[in-house]
Design a protein around this ligand. Structure first.
Ligand code: BGC
Length: 748
C-alpha cells in the first residue's frame, strides 16, 4: 500500500506533462525555474495551511533511549503542517518519519531533514577555526565532503553550515565556528566548504544542501557577548562581513540562515535590505532563507515587533521563507494572508523555493534515498574517514613557540610527565558543535602518548588542577611527577563548552589556576611543552613567558589525541598558521592584522601616537604565524613590472629556502597595501598564499599574480574597483615577517 500510494502520488504530480525524469534537471541548479511544472502543479493543489506547513521547521529530540519526536510535532507532520525537521538522524529513524510524511499526509510531500553538521558528523574533524589554520583548501573541502557522506547516510539532507561570520573578537565563543579574521581567506574557505557539502550534484545521495549562516554581521556582536547588537558602518558591512556570504552564493549555496543580531537598529531576521534587495536582487540568490532558532519570535524582545504576529509578518515580508522552531508562521500566517496583510504570492514564492530544494535533493523521486542502513553501516566512522580526520587535525595545529627546539620530543625518552586537566579529556577533544560525535570513541592525549612511546618510557600522569576553579591541591603530585621526568607535556586549555554558542568570556586567559600550574612546573627547568585545547585565541602572555614550547591544538576532533602524539613526537611536523590574531591582553580587542594606519601611527617613545600606556600595540602571535620543525628564509622579492597600466596584472616572485635540517611545509603569504586612495585602506590585506614542501637545503621560487580584482575595494563613491597610485607588496611566512616591494598603477 505504501509504495503503491507513493507511486500514485508521483504519477498524479508528474502527469503527462513531465516526460523527462527529474534527474535530467541540473541538480545543483540555482535557477528558480528548475522543475517548475511539477512544483507548479503541487502548489496549485496545496491549501493555505499546507503551504504554511512547508515553511515550518521543527526539531526532533534525543532521549537516553534514542531519537524521539514531540507528539504535537508529529501531529503537525501528519496534518501537512510541518515540512522540515532538524536534529533527526539515523537511516531507520528518518525513514520512519519520512514514511509518515509521504504516506499519511494528503499530498505526500517528503520532509527535509536538517542538522548542524559543522565539522564532521560521526567522525569529528577539528573545529572550523582550527581547520582554517591548515590553509589547505582541498583538505577543508574534503572534510566537508566526508561530513556530508556520513550525514547523508544517516538520512540528513541539509546542514546548517558553513558558518561564514568573520569574527575579530575572541571573547565571542562562536569565533570557533568560523574561518578566522581575514575576509579573503574566509571567502576561499567558505567556497571550499560549500563545494564539499554540496558536491557537484545535489541529487547524489551522498551530498547535502549547505547553509551560509548567520546573515549577517553576527560576528560583530558588541563586546563579544553572544547575540548582542552589531553596529557596523555600511563600509565595514560591505567590505568585511558580507563578502563570505556572497562567495557562498556564487559557489551555489542552496540556503541561507538569518542572524540573531540586529545591525544598527534592524534585526537581521526581518531585514528587507539584507534578505531581499541584497541577497536576491544584487547577488541573485535563488535558494531558501531559514530563520535561526526562534529568531522570529525574538523580534519581540528586540523591540522590533509588538507581538509574535507582527514579528512573523515582518519576517516573512522581509524574505524569510522558513521559520525554525518558533511556530510563528504556523500560528499567525493564515490569518494574515486571509486579511491581505501578507500576499499569497509571498507564500507561493517561499514554498516554491522549499519544494525546489526538495526536488534538487531528489526527494520527489525517492524520499528514502538518504535512509540506507547498509550505506550507513559502511561509511559512518569508517577507517578512511578517521584517517582523514587525523591528517586534518595534524594540519590544523599551530606551533606558536618552540624555544630551544623542545618539540619534537624524542620518542626514545625513558620518562615523560604528562600534566594537566585536559590530558585525559575525550569528549573535550571533539570541541563544540560535535554533532553526532561519540566521546567514548575518542582516545585521550594521555593514552595516545602512552601508546606512542611504548613500554620503554615511563609516562607519569598528574592532573595538577581542574580546568576552572582555584584548587591547587593537585600541584604537589604534578610537581613530583615532573621533577624526575626527562620532559614534560602540559595539556591545558578550555573545556569544549567554553566556546561555541552562548559561550562568551571576558577573560580569555587560560582559565582557573592553569597558568600557575604551568609556571610551577616550568620552574623545575625540565624541557616543557604545552599543548593547548581551546576554541578561541587566548591571551597567553603568562604561559608564553613560562614555557619554552606551545602547540595550539585547538579542539582537534575524534582523532585529536593521536594527532597530538603524531606532532609532539615529530612523526608529522606541524605546519598550521594562525588565521586569527592572538592578543597579549584582552584590552587590545579588537586586534587584527588588517587594521588602518591612523593619522598617528605608533612611533616608539612618542606619547601622542596611537598606543597604550601599559601594553605594546603588537599581538602576542600575529595572523599568519606558525612555526615548524625546520626554518625557512625568504629572499629575492621581485615585483614586475614596477609601473603598470590600470587593469593589468603584476607578478610577484620570492625565493623560499628550507634552512633547517628536516623536511618541512611552509605557507607563503602575499599581502598588499594601497598607500593612498579615495578612502583609507588597511595596512595590509592577504591576497594570496601557497603551501609548499621543501627538503632541507632546497629552495623554490613562488609566483603570485595580482590582478585588478586583488586591487579592488569599495571606493568613496560606493563602486567597487581599483584606483591608480602606489601599492606595497609584502611576502613572508607570517603577516609580521615580510619582505617588501612596490609597484605603481598608472591611470589610463
Ligand atoms: C544557532 C544556529 C544553529 C541552530 C540550530 C542556533 O542556536 O545559532 O547556528 O544552526 O541553533 O541548531
Amino acid at each position: 500500500m505504501g509504495l503503491y500510494r507513493w507511486l500514485l502520488i508521483v504519477a498524479v504530480m508528474v502527469g503527462p506533462l513531465w516526460p523527462a525524469p527529474v534527474g535530467a534537471q541540473p541538480a545543483a541548479s540555482t535557477s528558480e525555474g528548475a522543475g517548475e511544472t511539477r512544483i507548479d502543479r503541487l502548489l496549485e493543489r496545496m491549501t493555505l495551511d499546507e503551504k504554511i506547513g512547508q515553511m515550518t521547521l521543527f526539531t526532533s529530540t534525543w532521549a537516553q533511549t534514542g531519537p524521539t519526536m514531540d507528539p504535537a510535532y508529529l501531529d503537525h507532520v501528519r496534518a501537512g503542517r510541518c515540512g522540515a525537521i532538524f536534529n533527526a538522524m539515523t537511516a531507520s529513524y528518518t525513514r520512519w518519519l519520512q514514511r509518515i510524511a509521504v504516506e499519511e499526509t494528503r499530498l505526500g510531500i517528503p520532509l527535509l531533514f536538517g542538522y548542524d553538521v559543522i565539522h564532521g558528523h560521526r567522525t569529528i574533524f577539528p573545529i572550523p577555526l582550527a581547520e582554517s589554520c591548515s590553509w589547505d583548501l582541498a583538505a577543508i573541502e574534503q572534510s566537508a565532503r566526508i561530513a556530508a557522506i556520513e550525514a547523508a547516510a544517516e538520512g540528513i539532507h541539509w546542514t546548517f553550515a558553513p558558518m561564514v561570520d568573520i569574527a575579530r573578537d575572541p571573547r565571542w565563543g562562536r569565533i570557533a565556528e568560523g574561518a578566522g579574521e581575514d575576509v579573503w581567506l574566509a571567502c576561499r574557505i567558505a567556497e571550499a566548504r560549500v563545494r564539499g557539502f554540496q558536491g557537484t550534484d545535489l541529487r547524489r545521495p551522498d551530498t547535502i544542501a549547505a547553509c551560509a549562516k548567520h546573515f549577517a554581521a553576527y560576528g560583530a556582536a558588541q563586546a563579544g557577548r553572544d547575540y548582542h547588537t552589531a553596529d557596523v558602518s555600511e563600509r565595514t558591512l560591505e567590505e568585511v562581513y558580507l563578502p563570505p556570504f556572497e562567495a557562498c552564493v556564487k559557489a551555489g549555496v542552496r540556503t541561507v540562515m538569518t542572524a540573531f543580531n540586529e545591525i544598527a537598529g534592524h534585526p537581521c531576521t526581518a531585514h528587507p535590505y539584507l534578505l531581499s534587495d541584497l541577497l536576491r536582487g544584487r547577488w541573485g540568490f535563488t535558494g531558501m532563507v531559514v530563520s535561526d532558532y526562534t529568531a522570529i519570535n525574538e523580534l519581540v524582545p528586540h523591540g522590533y515587533a509588538a507581538d509574535e504576529a507582527e514579528a512573523g509578518r515582518r519576517a516573512v515580508l522581509a524574505g524569510v521563507d522558513m521559520d525554525m522552531q518558533g511556530a510563528v508562521f504556523l500560528t499567525h500566517l493564515r490569518r494574515q494572508v486571509e486579511r491581505g496583510e501578507v500576499p499569497m504570492a509571498r507564500l507561493d514564492e517561499a514554498v516554491r523555493r522549499i519544494l525546489t530544494l526538495k526536488e534538487e535533493l531528489g526527494l520527489f523521486d525517492d524520499p528514502y534515498r538518504y535512509c540506507d542502513e547498509a550505506r550507513e553501516k559502511r561509511v559512518v566512522f569508517s577507517a578512511r574517514h578517521q584517517a582523514a580526520a587525523r591528517a586534518m587535525a595534524r594540519r590544523s595545529m599551530v606551533l606558536l613557540k618552540n624555544d630551544g627546539g623542545v618539540l619534537p620530543l624524542r620518542p626514545n625518552l625513558r620518562s615523560l610527565a604528562v600534566i594537566g586537566p585536559l590530558a585525559e579529556a575525550t569528549v573535550d577533544l571533539l570541541g563544540n558543535w560535535h554533532a553526532a560525535g561519540d566521546g567514548s570513541k575518542v582516545v585521550s592525549i594521555l593514552q595516545a602518548v602512552r601508546e606512542r612511546v611504548g613500554p620503554g618510557c615511563q609516562v607519569r600522569f598528574a592532573k595538577g588542577c581542574e580546568v576552572e576553579g582555584h584548587d591547587r591541591s593537585g600541584f604537589r603530585a604534578a610537581l613530583a611527577a615532573a621533577r624526575d621526568a626527562e620532559a614534560v607535556l602540559l595539556v591545558l586549555g578550555e573545556r569544549e563548552n567554553m566556546s561555541g554558542e552562548a559561550a562568551s568570556r571576558v577573560d580569555i586567559d587560560l582559565p582557573g589556576v592553569q597558568n600557575e600550574l604551568a609556571e610551577a612546573i616550568a620552574r623545575l627547568g625540565r624541557p616543557t611543552a604545552a599543548v593547548l585545547l581551546n576554541g578561541r585565541p587566548l591571551a597567553l602572555t603568562r604561559l608564553h613567558a613560562a614555557v619554552p614550547a606551545i602547540l595550539e591544538a585547538w579542539f582537534p576532533g575524534s582523532l585529536g589525541g593521536r594527532a597530538v602524539a603524531d606532532v609532539v613526537f615529530g612523526d608529522h611536523a606541524p605546519s598550521g598558521k594562525l588565521t586569527v590574531t592572538f592578543p597579549r591582553h584582552v584590552g587590545q580587542i579588537p586586534i587584527y592584522y588588517s587594521m588602518k594606519n591612523t593619522g598617528r601611527p605608533l612611533v616608539a617613545d612618542q606619547k601622542y601616537t596611537s598606543r597604550y600606556l601599559d601594553c605594546p600595540n603588537t599581538p602576542l602571535y600575529p595572523f599568519g604565524h606558525g612555526l615548524t620543525y625546520t626554518t625557512f628564509a625568504y629572499s629575492d622579492l621581485q615585483v614586475e613590472p614596477p609601473v603598470v597600466d590600470g587593469g593589468k596584472s603584476v607578478t610577484v616572485r620570492v625565493t623560499v629556502r628550507n634552512t633547517g635540517s628536516r623536511e618541512g611545509e611552509e605557507v607563503v603569504q602575499c599581502y598588499l597595501r594601497d598607500l593612498a586612495a579615495s578612502v583609507t585602506r588597511p595596512v595590509k590585506e592577504l591576497r594570496g598564499f601557497r603551501r609548499l614542501r621543501l627538503a632541507p637545503g632546497a629552495s623554490a621560487t613562488i609566483e603570485f599574480t595580482l590582478g585588478a580584482g586583488d586591487l579592488s575595494f569599495r571606493r568613496a563613491d560606493g563602486t567597487w574597483g581599483w584606483e591608480p597610485g602606489e601599492f606595497r607588496v609584502m611576502v613572508g611566512g607570517s603577516s609580521d615577517l615580510t619582505l617588501e616591494g612596490s609597484f605603481h598603477i598608472r591611470d589610463n
